[in-house]
Ligand binder design. Sequence first.
Ligand code: SPV
Ligand code: MN
Length: 587
Amino acid sequence: MGQNLSFLNRTVQKDMARKLESLNNSYLMEFLDNIIALCEPDSVYVLTGSEQDKEYVRKKALEAGEEIKLKMPGHTIHFDHPLDQARAREDTFILSNTKIPYVNTKPREEGLREVLSLLKGVMKGREMYVGFYSLGPRNSPFQLLALQITDSPYVIHSENILYRNAFEDFAGNKPFLKFVHSKGELDIKKRRIMIDLEDNTVYSVNTTYAGNSVGLKKLALRLTVTKAVKEGWLSEHMAIIGFDGENGTHYFTASFPSGSGKTSTSMIGKLISDDLAFIREFDGLAKAVNPEVGVFGIIQGINAKDDPIIWEVLHKPGEVIFSNVLMTSDGDVYWEGSDLPKPEKGYNYEGQWTKESGKPASHPNARFTVPLTSFRNLDGNWNNPEGVIIEGIIYGVRDYNTLIPVTEAFSWSHGVVTIGASMESARTSAVIGKADELEFNPMAILDFMPVSLSVYLRNYMEFGKKLKKTPKIFGFNYFLKDGNRFLNSKEDKRVWVSWAVKRVEERVNALYTPIGLIPYYEDLQILFRKVLGKEYSKEDYEKQFTIKLKKYLEKTERIMGIYLKFNDIPEEVINELEMQRRRIMEY
Ligand code: SPV
Ligand code: MN
């Protein structure tokens, strides 16, 4: 190994160093050497993705107390700090010298200085883990490489479950995204996540909650969105699901803000992705792959009746990391909304817990981490390097007052603008802050937006123009209420999906309204009988599908107000909103 890699030479065992060297990636070696010099770990463990490496990390997570073994084989539990239970918006910065509306930025030099000083010597007395991964299938035009460095075996264990190991793919001087994480002292006041777009690197410290620490998940999303808008493809906060119709499987992507039905929608079809999608154009078609190979899902409310597939995954032997649920003395777990009797006592992220305390047993953002291969509804194309053809896109929100359960857009630009880019959704506990406030959240991706929405939406428009046939765009809302009562039951989403599939197959007509195309009562009546074996009354239809014109108008104007503030917003965005406004006014 080169003389100048002195830090690497001192900390990496000879056999691992030889493997690194065999990659012939001098940029990688220098980067590692610099990070080792910065963080000063006692030793470095390089993962090549072998079963032995994976087992080593699992063992280290137990030894370090970052995970505790449960009685079911393969199951462990992890606790994050009580103040580190969700994504930390306020502590996450895009390093940029220009301010971007709706994006939390910090001048680059200042941000780097701050985070590098927090990382200085942070791994003294600790081992550093280095993992090599692929976002998207290997041997695929979608593939992006990513390197994770961390001192947390829980973090690297999570990466091993959620992403494809791809050590060999780093051979040659191939570029890769870089993630440097340290749990630090878990001093939450010093929690910082700095996203350096210029150097494709994210630094994260004093946190272990996966959304802040597991680099390839939401930290990578900021880097991949940046890359996508430069290169003319889409990197989205979307599930990918196959739905069977009369002439085969139709693939949809679906974006919903966290905690608003994305994972449960993924479970009613054939699963490819529950959270993220890379979408590229090939031969005039939109094709998608999942950057991930696992699920980091919200556990609250998962029960045997509503979520039989996830329930099964969480109750059979196999790799599962539970986080921030309740652990009982017999090595079992319990979470709120499981419909099981509540234990009298147990242990959770705050310490000892008793039922008597009246406090929730698990955190509302408690989660499970599992491989995709545990799901019995996994689609055969889940790892197809060519991706699957996308025929439908669903943008869903948690809106109690305005939006009807399902709408179809008139066109790509109408759907992108008045449905996707106009999303407003009630905040959930996936983000630190007050729940239930209605938040502007275009494409459910605002939390992860690294560039101006003008740039992002222009790319969407241009992407649509490259397609011979654009996917049909649907707006979903599972949460419409009449007073305090939800107007739909959880299972009704199966009917909205079936209707969307019928539209893709061009088997039913739709009713024109000023805000888009909506189902005819008769078609839903048939689908309710066929899909759910239940009757659907005209009265229910009228309650659910009557368009509250005044509320829709207010919403359109509100969104227009937002986009008019961007001086470089694509004209089409304003035009679509203006046309929608006029249609509503003239109706
Ligand atoms: C989400 O909140 O959108 C998630 C989990 O998928 S996190 O990793 O926290 O982003
Ligand atoms: Mn998500």
